[in-house]
Design a protein around this ligand. Sequence first.
Ligand SMILES: Cc1ncc(COP(=O)(O)O)c(C=O)c1O
Length: 457
Amino acid sequence: MRTVDSLVELVGDTPLVRLRRFSAKVAPTILAKVEYLNPGGSVKDRIGLAMIEAAERDGLLGPGGTIVEPTSGNTGVGLAMVAIERGYRSVFVMPDKVSDEKVDLLRAYGAEVVVCPTAVEPDDPRSYYRTADRLTREISGAFQPNQYANDANPAAHEASTGPEIWEQTDGRIDVFVAGVGTGGTITGVGRYLKERNRDVHIVGADPEGSVYSGDEPRPYLVEGVGEDFWPSTFDAEVVDRFVRVSDRQSFLAARELAHTEGILTGGSCGTAAHAARVVAAEYPPDAVIVVLLPDSGRGYLSKLYNDDWMAANGFLDRRSGATRLATVVAAKQRRLPAIVHMHPDESVRQAIAILHEFDVSQMPVVKRDTVESRDDVIGSIHERGLLERVYRDPAVLDAAVADVMSRPLPMVDGRDTVESIMGWFTADEQAVLVCDGPVPNGVLTRSDVLDYLVGPS
Ligand SMILES: Cc1ncc(COP(=O)(O)O)c(C=O)c1O
């Protein structure tokens, strides 16, 4: 019978797929090493197994042990699968920029997950690196594989990924392209290939904002690649060149792979694929260019595969009547507080001051300090209405808002489209209150929608 005792035995031996349509604009046909066909869904299955086996060999991990690791998700799955097979507890520490899907995925494997702020220095005690260190100290029998400093990481790729690519290309490979996170993949594969043929060109694909390609470290949205420090698992000697790729280019390339090749991959795969196409443009038709695609797109459905998320982050110019109101509100809230509002007992004078401070012409009146439900909204204040009242009777300036307010703004749902409220705006309505289900989320005026449809200048 052809059976296996565990999925762990199926790690590796992933296929090399010709990207015929994705390569249409360049002479060579780029070949993709599709790592999401590993049982845990990413290239990290390879190092999960290797790092645990090395720790057991070195007596650092034994029966009843606990694995603690900082991870953007994929390494966690690779380790969790092996931990279950070996009877270890697993605790993973993640940056809060990763998608909910990735957090839920690790919990689905029965692992414990701790989420930490992304935008802190690597050495900040709140960072996911340092939090993992603290938990490793506090939990008895704990072992931290630490993929950023574990030689078993690049060694796993030198022992498996590199030989597979060499064998699958009959040793004819000219260029290998990969994203760089810990650097384990590109270092291990690069070392193996260069030992076979020194002329193989090793290209690193690096997001804008990462130090690898010499950029100023700053936040970016693509996950799993790029760094703001230099891990010891990365050997710069192996890499001949870096191609810097923006978040927009990464996400659009990943979507293109899905739409043209039916290969549903993550954002960092788009980073690598975009870089591979940039490099391929410099090579003749018979060049053999291999790009490694680390993971699956299933972990990014609420992000790069979500049009609203892409539009809200300016990666997708889908400015039309079909745009959801929540997207327009999200774009507006990048420059204004959520809901500029007043309370019934505040004075008209204060209301005018708020209107001017935030440069808005109307706002809702809410009965509580925070706007938690549609019922909290009891009226609205409009600059035009106030002008008439104050002009007729200046004493109104000291009246309570409750005495001069108008009826609440029409409330609409954030899932509705721009198209659906055009009727309001062409009639006499100046603004609507967009709600996220029962909770008011933001005011939209005619000029807000116009600004959005026009887009950034
Ligand atoms: C999605 C994704 N892409 C790419 C990489 C980079 O691989 P490496 O760490 O081997 O450089 C990682 C690593 O965590 C990853 O999770």
